[in-house]
Design a protein around this ligand. Structure first.
Ligand SMILES: O=C(CO)COP(=O)(O)O
Length: 162
């Protein structure tokens, strides 16, 4: 049976982009069937990595599905916020975000907001290579029936203000 297409968000800060490129290269076959949604510069790198991988491994891997990849704005120019908005709309199934623990970012508040929304909406999130390895190799990654539970915020929404 065909696997359901997931919307996978991929993001990396500049110092972590090499790590993400290696991870994407290693996981090309698992990622390729899905819709990849990336911040701008990360997306360009992910797309190049996947195309190079396919060119090199063409015969070994057999026919490839078309790449589905969406490039949002670059992170510091609003890409993290665009991704956060997609999460709030329930349109992201997993977030792989290799953020840089050693450098301050000009858009630190956006980074924090993105990670906050991913937590709030219980989106499976990986923040480094080992957690990304665990996420993509989990049987739940292949399980089309798995729906993360989102807390019921009805009481909060309907609270009476004095
Ligand atoms: O800054 C980012 C995430 O916070 C990533 O943005 P780029 O993919 O455009 O480099």
């Amino acid at each position: 049976m065909e696997q359901k297409i997931k919307a996978l968000a991929l993001v990396a800060h500049d110092n972590m982009k090499r790590d993400l490129a290696e991870w994407v290269d290693w996981n090309c076959a698992k990622l390729s069937p899905h819709h990849l949604i990336c911040t701008g510069t990360t997306g360009k790198m992910v797309e190049k990595t996947l195309r190079d991988h396919r060119r090199e491994h063409d015969e070994a891997d057999g026919p490839h599905p078309d790449l589905r990849i969406t490039l949002l704005k670059s992170g510091p120019l609003g890409g993290d916020q665009q991704l956060g908005s997609l999460i709030a709309d329930g349109r992201i199934n997993a977030l792989i975000f290799f953020w840089d623990p050693m450098s301050a970012q000009p858009h630190d508040v956006d980074v924090k907001a993105l990670l906050r929304l991913a937590t709030l909406y219980n989106v499976p999130t990986a923040i480094n290579r080992s957690s990304a390895d665990f996420l993509i190799s989990s049987p739940l990654f292949e399980d089309d029936g798995y729906e993360p539970v989102v807390k019921d915020y009805k009481a909060y929404i309907e609270r009476v203000l004095k």
